[in-house]
Ligand binder design. Structure first.
Ligand code: UFG
Length: 339
């Protein structure tokens, strides 16, 4: 049984689908504080069987203890955590308490119950300002721009330390670039609460008429059209990266970190144009001031992922836009939609 903490979230749910489609048994531990229980029904429709669910706060030791006692957990994929960059600046203590609390709790329970493998949701945000894109995994990490980023980097260090102390352990730290897209079925996708912070969910909300226009944060960066460049990766490719990491954990010990990106960057305006082409819907936008904390270019070097995990991204920006659009069009109210 593979434990997916935060498995009802955006990346967790796509990874649950990928693993179940590969015949693995999964159990999702989630408190549904930032996800919908309807994800479980949708996963059942996609995979023809229902994932096991354990409703709990992953940082709650006694609740999670029951799960570890009850189930034979082979590996943990740890997605659970707060993820809003701006909010982390307003609520640093809550972010550290929750994100580090979940990681620490899991490592403790894994040691107590003899669970050897962990895959961790890390982020490209751990690379320091001195790192020059494309980022290779050996580049310098930190200082991070916000508590969210620090909580990822600190979790990486904590996991690395735990793996050193328990030589039988395998730990794969996956540094995600910018996940977008959705499952091609249109049944699961990203469903942020309130006004989206991230580019693609904002664009899709403009496309369904829920937001008036996109604010493009800055057009004076040193990039081809002046807007920020990011390495967008299809969430299904990301999910496949987790399946590859699971295979790695089953055959290796120690801790290692790998970027999950495509190695190809797109500007904000290129994404807008690709989305318009995929959906046939014009996206009105205005140029707005730069957003605090944004960097001009974020790009992965993907060679290590290919070498270590035998994994590369398969989907291009066209699929990412078409699948994001299908999800939003079929579910204008997200998981609250009867679909
Ligand atoms: N952007 C806009 N308008 C918007 C939203 C975003 O122009 O309404 C631009 C941003 O300025 C940036 C690009 O679109 O150039 C992508 O922005 P996102 O918010 O989608 O993604 P970020 O790269 O800022 O953030 C992502 C993850 C974070 C992670 C960070 C690492 O969402 O979890 O990368 O830098 F911390």
């Amino acid at each position: 049984m593979i434990l997916l903490t935060g498995g009802a979230g955006y990346i967790g749910s796509h990874t649950a689908a990928e693993l179940m489609e590969r015949g693995r048994d999964v159990i999702i531990a989630d408190d549904f504080s930032n996800s919908s229980p309807r994800v479980i029904d949708r996963l059942e429709r996609i995979c023809g069987r229902r994932p096991a669910v354990f409703e709990a706060d992953v940082s709650d030791h006694s609740a999670m203890e029951e799960l570890f006692r009850r189930e034979k957990i082979e590996a943990v994929i740890h997605f659970a955590g707060y993820k809003a960059v701006g909010e982390s600046v307003q609520k640093p203590v809550q972010y550290y308490k929750n994100n580090l609390g979940c990681t620490l709790n899991l490592l403790e329970l894994m040691a107590e119950h003899g669970v050897k493998s962990i895959i961790f949701s890390s982020s490209a945000t751990v690379y320091g300002p001195e790192a020059i894109p494309p980022y290779t995994e050996d580049m310098r990490t930190g200082p991070c721009a916000n508590p969210y980023g620090w909580s990822k980097l600190m979790s990486e260090e904590i996991i690395r330390g735990a793996a050193t102390a328990r030589p039988e352990m395998s730990a794969m730290l996956l540094r995600y670039f910018n996940p977008i897209g959705a499952h091609p079925s249109g049944l699961i996708g990203e469903d942020p609460s309130g006004i989206p912070n991230n580019l693609m969910p904002y664009i899709t909300k403009v496309a369904v008429g829920k937001l008036e226009r996109l604010n493009v944060f800055g057009d004076d960066y040193p990039t081809p059209d002046g807007t920020g460049v990011r390495d967008y990766i299809h969430v299904c490719d990301l999910a496949a990266g987790h399946a590859a990491a699971l295979d790695w954990c089953e055959t290796h010990t120690g801790a290692d970190m790998v970027n999950l990106g495509t190695g190809r960057g797109y500007t904000v305006l290129e994404v807008v144009r690709a989305f318009e082409k995929a959906s046939g819907i014009p996206i009105p936008y205005v140029i707005a001031p730069r957003r605090d904390g944004d960097i001009p270019v974020l790009l992965a070097d993907t060679k290590k992922a290919e070498r270590v995990l035998g994994w590369t991204a398969k989907h291009g920006i066209e699929d990412m836009c078409a699948d994001s659009w299908r999800w939003q069009k079929c579910n204008p109210e997200g998981y609250a939609t009867e679909y």
